[in-house]
Each structure stands twice: as structure tokens, then as C-alpha cells.
Design a protein around this ligand. Structure first.
Ligand SMILES: Cc1cc2nc3c(=O)[nH]c(=O)nc-3n(C[C@H](O)[C@H](O)[C@H](O)COP(=O)(O)OP(=O)(O)OC[C@H]3O[C@@H](n4cnc5c(N)ncnc54)[C@H](O)[C@@H]3O)c2cc1C
Ligand SMILES: NC(=O)C1=CN([C@@H]2O[C@H](COP(=O)(O)OP(=O)(O)OC[C@H]3O[C@@H](n4cnc5c(N)ncnc54)[C@H](OP(=O)(O)O)[C@@H]3O)[C@@H](O)[C@H]2O)C=CC1
Ligand SMILES: C=C(O[C@H]1[C@H](O)[C@@H](CO)O[C@H](OP(=O)(O)OP(=O)(O)OC[C@H]2O[C@@H](n3ccc(=O)[nH]c3=O)[C@H](O)[C@@H]2O)[C@@H]1NC(C)=O)C(=O)O
Length: 303
């Protein structure tokens, strides 16, 4: 088996490739079957090397960050799964911009901004993903999003060419970035932040963090909000009013604390979660004539 990994990816990449690795260990839901190959690159040259190899073998490629907004199929994911998550990375300042690589945890970016008394990212507190995952999802809260203070994004386009895109040339919307359609891989980003008062920045972040922890469900593995909010209302409100709080399929349950969270009570499968999501969608539709759309990204085969 090791030989075939070397044959496919070469010696440079081989040591960091795991075969048939359960993805449940890499998702906040603690759900998911095996990746055929799971690769955590050591820098961008290695990443490109592995992607070229996958391409040469016509192998499908899937990118994950910290796995906090994904539901991975019980059958796992075919081909190469690239995990872009690296806790040792730190932001740097250059020409007045804060530069962050995609695999960096958002919390490191926030820590850095706070240490420099820079304001603008406080609303990203307690979002447990990476910088890359947050840009892909245009993550945010309280009507603010990571795109707000973005100066530019560096990506690998589908031809594996390096491209730098200015903020104004990227299509962003609520929980949407054009990367969800283009297939580009986010490598890094630059943020244009404002100088602020350190104490105010920290107290705002602390307040947002405690508000989120008070409302949201952190006691069992989950993936944050399951559905996006419809334009003029809240998914959690509709799900609660449709009588779905506490509804359970297998070990997956609509949280009793926040109805737009599904929690894994222990050993839930992706099948349990998708069945539960279907029931919630049907009940909300029957009651309010509103069709909820998933925010979480489904990876692997769900047919
Ligand atoms: C307790 C909890 C609270 C949360 N609160 C919030 C919140 O307040 N606001 C909010 O918006 N979200 C929230 N989330 C959801 C989630 O944390 C965010 O969407 C986060 O940005 C996902 O980042 P990630 O690195 O975990 O991405 P992943 O879940 O690993 O991936 C998400 C998607 O991004 C793609 N992707 C990841 N990295 C890259 C890359 N470098 N290039 C291209 N594609 C990439 C993946 O293919 C996948 O489709 C919460 C989740 C949890 C568990
Ligand atoms: N100086 C100040 O006043 C403030 C500073 N900050 C800083 O900003 C940075 C970002 O803060 P924050 O985003 O809150 O990140 P943190 O890394 O501090 O995480 C906050 C807490 O949330 C928990 N958590 C994260 N993800 C999940 C999950 N999926 N399910 C359950 N629990 C989870 C963590 O638990 P676990 O450890 O188990 O992962 C941790 O206890 C931090 O470094 C923090 O120090 C934030 C607010 C105020
Ligand atoms: C967690 C995520 O992001 C969160 C983000 O942290 C918070 C920050 O306040 O705002 C959004 O939640 P949300 O819209 O559910 O915010 P909340 O303030 O908890 O609830 C909105 C409204 O719904 C009501 N509500 C919520 C949950 C519930 O069980 N019942 C209910 O009636 C609340 O009372 C409130 O009036 C984001 N979710 C979406 C889909 O936009 C995520 O995207 O994964």
C-alpha cells in the first residue's frame, strides 16, 4: 500500500498521506467515513505537488479546513482529501495589511488583531474554523462577515494557477463566496483593519463570545447552524415553532437549546443527520411554506 502511495504522490508528499483515514476525527460533528487518501500539506509547494499528482491520476480532490461546517458521508470521500489546517501559522503585518494563510485558525488571526489593537474582526469570535474555510463560507455573525475587511484573496484556480483577487473582484454574499462554485482553493488573504482602542476591541469580542455561548449548543459535537436563515426570518425560530426541538433520528438530535443546531449525541451517522434534516425541512415547509437550505456542506457520496 505504501508503495502505491509513493507511486501516486511521490516521495515528497508520501509521508504526510494517510490511507483510508476516518474523517470523523477531523470534523466538529465527529461524523464521517474514511478519506481514500488524506493529506495535510506542509506548505504550498507540497500542496501543489499533491494536487498535480491527483490530477495526473484523474483523482477527485476535496479540500477541508477545520471541518466545522461539513457533514461527511458515512461511506467517506473518494480520492484525495486535502486538509488545510495548521495551528502553528501566525499572521504578519505588511504595508498596513494583516496577511494570513488559509490553514491558520481564525482564533490566531483574532488574537493577532487584538494584540495590535486592530478592529474589524471581533464578530468572528467563536467561529471554530480556519481563515480559508471562513472565506469560502463568508463566515460571520451579527450581520457582519469576513469579507467586510478583506483586501485581497490568493487562490489556486482550477488549473492550479496562482491568482490574486482583489476584494471588489470577488462575489460575496450572506454565507456565499464565488469559490463555492469556481472550485478555486484559497491559499491566503490580506485584511485591511482599523486602528482601535484595545480595551474596547477586547470587550466587544468577549461580549460576542459570551452571547454566542449562551444561545448556541456547545455541549455535544455539532457543525454550527445547519440551515441558512431565510431572507426575512430565522431558521431556528421556524424550526422551534414547527415543533422540532428535541426531534431525534438515531443519535442525531435537533438541539433543545438552539433549534438550528443538530447535535451528535454519540455515534450519530451522516445518514441520521440527513434524515433529520429532511424531516425538519418538511415540517417547516408544511407549517410556513418556507423551504430551508442547508448551510453545512455535504462531502462525499450521499446518493
Ligand atoms: C460551534 C460552532 C459555531 C459556529 N459559529 C459560526 C458563526 O457564528 N458564523 C459562521 O459563519 N459559521 C459558524 N460556524 C460554522 C463554521 O465554523 C464556519 O463556516 C467556518 O468558517 C468553517 O471553517 P472550516 O475551516 O472549519 O471549514 P470546513 O468546515 O473544513 O469547510 C467548509 C467548506 O469550505 C471549504 N474549504 C475549506 N477550506 C478551504 C480552502 N482553503 N480553500 C477552498 N475551500 C475550502 C470546504 O471544502 C467546505 O466546503 C460554527 C461552527 C460551529 C461548530
Ligand atoms: N482578550 C479578550 O478579552 C478576548 C480574547 N479573545 C481571543 O480571541 C481568540 C478567539 O476566541 P474564540 O473564537 O472564542 O476561540 P477560542 O479558541 O478561545 O475558543 C473558545 C472556546 O470555545 C470552544 N469551542 C471552539 N469550538 C468549539 C466547538 N466546535 N464545539 C464546542 N466548543 C468549541 C473552545 O473549546 P476547546 O478548547 O475545547 O476547543 C474554547 O473553550 C482567542 O484566542 C481568545 O483568546 C476572545 C474574546 C475576548
Ligand atoms: C452559528 C452560525 O452562525 C450564527 C451566528 O453565530 C449567530 C450570531 O448571533 O447569528 C446567526 O444565528 P441565528 O440567526 O440563529 O441567531 P440567534 O440570535 O441565535 O437567533 C435568531 C432568532 O431566532 C430565535 N430562535 C433561535 C433559536 C431557537 O431555538 N429558537 C428561536 O426562536 C432567537 O430568539 C432569535 O430571535 C448565525 N446563523 C446563521 C444561519 O446565520 C453558523 O453560521 O454556523
Amino acid at each position: 500500500m505504501v508503495d502505491s502511495v509513493i507511486d501516486k504522490f511521490g516521495r515528497r508528499v508520501e509521508q504526510r498521506v494517510l490511507t483510508k483515514e476516518p474523517l470523523s476525527s477531523y470534523t466538529s460533528f465527529h461524523i464521517g467515513g474514511p478519506a481514500e487518501y488524506l493529506y495535510t500539506p506542509c506548505g504550498e509547494e507540497d500542496l501543489v505537488c499533491a494536487l498535480r499528482a491527483a490530477r495526473a491520476f484523474k483523482m477527485p480532490t476535496t479540500v477541508i479546513g477545520n471541518g466545522t461546517n461539513v457533514l461527511v458521508s458515512d461511506r467517506g470521500v473518494e480520492g484525495l482529501v486535502v486538509r488545510l489546517m495548521e495551528t502553528s501559522l501566525q499572521p504578519v503585518m505588511e504595508k498596513g495589511l494583516v496577511l494570513a494563510r488559509a490553514p491558520m485558525p481564525l482564533s490566531s488571526l483574532l488574537d493577532f488583531a487584538m494584540s495590535q489593537d486592530l478592529s474589524g474582526l471581533e464578530y468572528l469570535v467563536s467561529i471554530p474554523g480556519t481563515v480559508g474555510g471562513a472565506i469560502f463560507m463568508n463566515a460571520g455573525s451579527f450581520s457582519q462577515a469576513i469579507s467586510t475587511h478583506l483586501a485581497y484573496v490568493e487562490v489556486l484556480d482550477p488549473n492550479l494557477e496562482y491568482v490574486m483577487k482583489k476584494h471588489e473582484d470577488v462575489d460575496f454574499d450572506y454565507r456565499y463566496s464565488e469559490f463555492q462554485e469556481s472550485g478555486a482553493i484559497i491559499l491566503g488573504a490580506a485584511f485591511d483593519l482599523e486602528a482601535g482602542d484595545g480595551a474596547t476591541i477586547r470587550s466587544t469580542a468577549a461580549r460576542i463570545r459570551s452571547e454566542k455561548h449562551a444561545k448556541q449548543s456547545w455541549e455535544h459535537p455539532n457543525a454550527g447552524s445547519i440551515f441558512t436563515n431565510p431572507p426575512t426570518t430565522y431558521a431556528g425560530k421556524l424550526i422551534e415553532e414547527a415543533g422540532c426541538k428535541g426531534l431525534q433520528v438515531g443519535q442525531a438530535q435537533v438541539s433543545g437549546k438552539h433549534a438550528n443546531f443538530i447535535v451528535n449525541l454519540g455515534g450519530a451517522t451522516a445518514f441520521d443527520v440527513t434524515r433529520l434534516m429532511d424531516i425538519v425541512v418538511q415540517r417547516v415547509y408544511a407549517r410556513f411554506n418556507v423551504r430551508l437550505s442547508p448551510e453545512i456542506r455535504l462531502l462525499g457520496d450521499f446518493s
